[in-house]
Design a protein around this ligand. Structure first.
Ligand code: PBG
Ligand code: ZN
Length: 325
């Protein structure tokens, strides 16, 4: 088909035509809202590098959960900031830990909202690493039991899904086995399967107070230069029992999302991370771009690349816009 027989502009001349041939449609059903839980009452601490996002006490999380549900967003993912940290991250798997309490409160007030929990130790360890530290390294196998116990404690609190983000080898099967042994075989695992060692997590580490106190996460998170390895990581997690596969971050890894979508037959999630959010908000505040339009374009691109589910701090704002349409 060549010009002048074919003229692509014919189908772009009206909104009606453009709508008819639109290939990708962002829906509120695609979105999951991340929320940061802290202790106390009526706490709403703004996160400076993430305008519009807050550390929230449970009473405020319950309110936000109602808004989220009312907007039609199907789920939230909870991160916790414990009162105390220690070497073993005991706050992560404490029966009355911050996430466990938040899960209970949200499920009590919004039973139909899917409550997903991030399963990791880094917010709870004094060294800020995602596993147990032995000497100068993060000990893979010693971390597995604690990570699985964290997932189990979230299920006991009422979580609908668990999402391990630690990147220890073998954690999906460790979690699956422990959940199955404890009558939680119905709880799905969304694994952060291709999670890269990314500087885009910077604002999150401020928000969740989870920066490593020494070194970095390069020995467990993936090298940003690798895409074939993402297939291997993903395949491993599926064999271990993952139900949903996640790629993280999203925007600098659209090729990885796309490859995984083509090669893997499970639902694919993508995490539109804190730094991606911060960049858009900062440029918008500077008056350098139209934040809302860039937000919608970005989320559409993540979906077009192949994501079925998008975890995004823009969930509320986007749902509001989609509702108006
Ligand atoms: C913790 C975790 C991180 C994020 C989600 N879970 C940070 C990290 O690995 O350092 C990042 C989320 C974001 O940047 O929005 N394992
Ligand atoms: Zn972690």
């Amino acid at each position: 088909m060549l010009f002048p027989d074919y003229r692509p502009r014919r189908l772009r001349q009206s909104s009606a035509f453009r709508r008819m041939i639109r290939e990708t449609r962002l829906s509120v059903d695609d979105l999951i809202l991340p929320i940061f839980a802290v202790g106390g009452k009526n706490v709403k601490n703004p996160i400076p590098s993430m305008p519009g996002q807050y550390q929230l006490s449970i009473d405020n999380i319950v309110k936000l959960a109602k808004t989220t549900h009312d907007l039609g967003i199907p789920g939230i993912i909870l991160f916790g900031l414990p009162d105390n940290k220690d070497a073993l991250g005991t706050g992560a798997y404490a029966k009355n830990g911050i996430v466990q309490q938040a899960v209970k409160a949200v499920k009590n007030s919004q039973p139909d909202l899917a409550v997903i929990t991030d399963v990791c130790l880094c917010q709870y360890t004094d060294h800020g690493h995602c596993g147990i530290v032995e000497g100068n390294t993060v000990d893979n196998d010693a971390s597995l039991d604690l990570i699985a116990r964290t997932a189990l404690s979230h299920c006991h609190a009422g979580a609908d899904m668990v999402a391990p983000s630690d990147m220890m080898d073998g954690r999906v099967s460790e979690i699956r086995n422990l959940l199955d042994e404890n009558n939680f075989s119905r709880i799905p695992i969304m694994s952060y399967a291709a999670k890269y060692c990314s500087a885009y997590y910077g604002p999150f580490r401020e928000a969740a107070d989870s920066a490593p106190q020494f070194g970095d996460r390069r020995t467990y998170q993936m090298d940003p230069a690798n895409a074939i390895e993402a297939i291997r990581e993903t395949t491993m997690d599926i064999e271990e029992g993952a139900d949903i596969i996640m790629v993280k971050p999203a925007l600098a890894y659209l090729d990885v999302i796309n490859r995984i979508r083509e090669e893997i037959d499970l639902p694919v999630a993508a995490y539109n991370v804190s730094g991606e959010y911060a960049m858009i908000k900062a440029a918008e505040q500077m008056g350098w771009l139209d934040g809302k339009k860039v937000m919608l374009e970005t989320l559409t691109a993540i979906k077009r690349a192949g994501a079925d589910i998008i975890l995004t701090y823009f969930a509320i704002e986007t749902a509001g816009i989609l509702m108006e349409k």
